[in-house]
Write a protein that binds this ligand. Structure first.
Ligand code: ATP
Length: 234
């Protein structure tokens, strides 16, 4: 069981206070979502968690503060990010993209094994393994981005707006993958503007508004909370 506890996280861009002392937690075997509108500070929070932005506050991984570690060391601690906009390499094949996700792995056999695992989980990627990533559909590219993040064998997978720009049916398939993944013991932290689906699948959820957490609870409870319905679901 892995858990991450974030305490009093602050992130500034110069004088702009983007994240103002938020506290939240997430753990393995669960989906946790952070919802909020444009500019609420969701991406900033995720980047800070991965060590991609300077920040203040504690980030406790099973009780150990990792807030001073750099991004590669946080990845070694098994916290992986699947960034917004997917960040895949369009001119490389599906397999080559996956190999890049395994850059911390040293053994070729291990990398091959991990690729095969991904192809079992994402059969569409297996069918397209030699295709250039740029020729995949939007949904397939998102699957590839998730799969590439999984190549580092994370305990915690952080996802930035995985539904962005995708058709509703594809978004549902992607969220179904998160449910499959959490059942394997992975901890999933997802930030989303598509609040209804995120809340539906989340054990726990937080609402972020202008850099502060204003509501938290079980996903199912927030889905029926009038304040959430009025602000994000209607
Ligand atoms: P979105 O859904 O648009 O990505 P978000 O909730 O992820 O929204 P952030 O991107 O984290 O929000 O932005 C939080 C605040 O920080 C916003 O006010 C934004 O304008 C500001 N901000 C984000 N990136 C920078 C930056 N590089 N420099 C200055 N301000 C920034």
């Amino acid at each position: 069981m892995t858990n991450v506890e974030v305490k009093n996280l602050h992130v500034n861009y110069g004088l702009i206070k983007a994240v103002k002392g938020i506290s939240f937690s997430f753990k393995s075997g669960e989906i946790t979502s952070l919802i909020g509108s444009n500019g609420a500070g969701k991406t900033t929070t995720l980047k800070a968690l991965c060590g991609l932005l300077p920040h203040k506050g504690e980030i406790l991984l099973n009780g150990e503060d990792i807030a001073t570690l750099n991004a590669p060391d946080r990845l070694r601690k098994k916290i992986a990010l699947c960034p917004e906009g997917r960040g895949i390499f369009p001119n490389l094949t599906v397999t080559e993209n996956l190999m890049l996700g395994a850059y911390l792995q040293k053994s070729k056999d291990k990398i091959q094994h991990l690729i095969e695992q991904q192809f079992t989980m994402f059969s569409r990627l297996a069918e397209r393994k030699d295709q250039l990533a740029g020729t995949l559909s939007g949904g397939e590219q998102q699957m590839l981005a998730i799969s590439r993040a999984l190549m580092s064998e994370p305990d915690m997978l952080l996802l930035d707006e995985p539904s962005l720009g995708l058709a509703p049916i594809i978004i549902e398939q992607i969220f179904q993958k998160f449910v499959d993944l959490k059942k394997t013991g992975l901890g999933v932290l997802v930030i989303e503007q598509n609040a209804s689906l995120a809340l539906e699948v989340s054990e726990k959820a937080y609402v972020l508004e202008t850099g502060s957490i204003t509501l938290e609870g079980r996903g199912e409870d927030l889905l029926h909370d009038k304040r959430v319905i009025d602000a994000y679901l209607s």
